[in-house]
Design a protein around this ligand. Structure first.
Ligand SMILES: C[S@@+](CC[C@H](N)C(=O)[O-])C[C@H]1O[C@@H](n2cnc3c(N)ncnc32)[C@H](O)[C@@H]1O
Length: 264
């Protein structure tokens, strides 16, 4: 099995074990934070949109809560059934069990989102190309990616750890997450006092998750078979290479990239 198939299999299993989107993790407040500073949820009202890599439907439900008229939800893994179960207004959603690069070329979508997805795809170019074709002229593609800048120390720890953890069966990985959870909780408390690495993420995002979702956030870092941490240049290039215009990049909480581009 290649990296790509394995990553999709990993996510299928992950979302079957962690199927809900409770609390701040699934909230419109977090969605505003993800879209900042390029879009406000209100701008999605009445729009035709798509999300590539929908997982459990967390972002799809945020888009519905923001008032999207119609959402196309793309999810290739076994999480597809979880996605279908979780969607709050199924009459407004088309669920497609396909890869992102197979997104139909609708040509009339106002916005497409790929939140936490492209960094798990070794060659994301065809997915970006498919998004370009599915948008209307003037439509926008908003992508959220793991960042390289701001994560130097974290990646020194994470990269060697992931060599082992991405191979682990669920019950061993879940036990390890339980062990790691407590030092991370201590680290969060230190972030309140000191300007430590990842402070922005820890205080504005991670700490606001329920204990279950904090465990999921740790699991999600250790489980997927493929994960790339993008430099600012690479993040911007991802959209510019496929001819998106006015590509803008925001260093979200100093550890990740929100990128937006417009179809000419
Ligand atoms: C980290 S999850 C993000 C889920 C959702 N966007 C969210 O933020 O809650 C990444 C998702 O992308 C999906 N994925 C992986 N490769 C994909 C591909 N080539 N095309 C579309 N989705 C893909 C995975 O199956 C997984 O559900």
């Amino acid at each position: 099995m290649d990296h790509h198939d394995q990553t999709i299999k990993d996510f299928g299993e992950q979302w079957l074990r962690y199927p809900d989107n409770e609390g701040f993790y699934g909230s419109l407040e977090l969605f505003s934070d993800i879209l900042f500073p390029f879009l406000k949820p209100e701008e999605i009202r009445g729009c035709k949109v798509a999300e590539i890599g929908s997982g459990t439907g967390r972002i799809v439900n945020m888009l519905l809560a923001a008032g999207a008229e119609h959402v196309v939800a793309v999810e290739p893994s076994d999480a597809f059934e979880v996605l279908r179960r979780n969607i709050r207004q199924p009459e407004k959603v088309t669920c497609l069990k396909i890869m992102g690069n197979q997104l139909p070329s609708y040509g009339d979508l106002d916005y497409i989102f790929a939140i936490g997805v492209l960094h798990h795809i070794k060659d994301p170019g065809p997915v970006v190309q498919a998004a370009l074709k599915a948008l209307r002229p003037g439509g926008k593609f908003l992508v959220w990616l793991y960042g390289k800048e701001g994560n130097t120390l974290y990646l020194l720890l994470l990269k060697p750890l992931r060599i082992i953890t991405k191979q682990m069966p669920h019950f061993i990985l879940a036990t390890l997450v339980e062990i790691i959870y407590w030092p991370v909780a201590f680290y969060v408390s230190l972030c309140h006092r000191f300007p430590l690495p990842l402070r922005g993420y820890m205080l504005w995002v991670f700490e606001r998750f329920s204990p279950g979702k904090r465990r999921l956030a740790i699991y999600d870092q250790l489980n997927p078979s493929y994960a790339k941490y993008y430099s600012q240049k690479e993040a911007k290039g991802l959209l510019e290479e496929k001819e998106f215009k006015n590509v803008l990049v925001h260093h979200r909480h100093g550890y990740s990239w929100t990128v937006i581009g417009t179809k000419p």
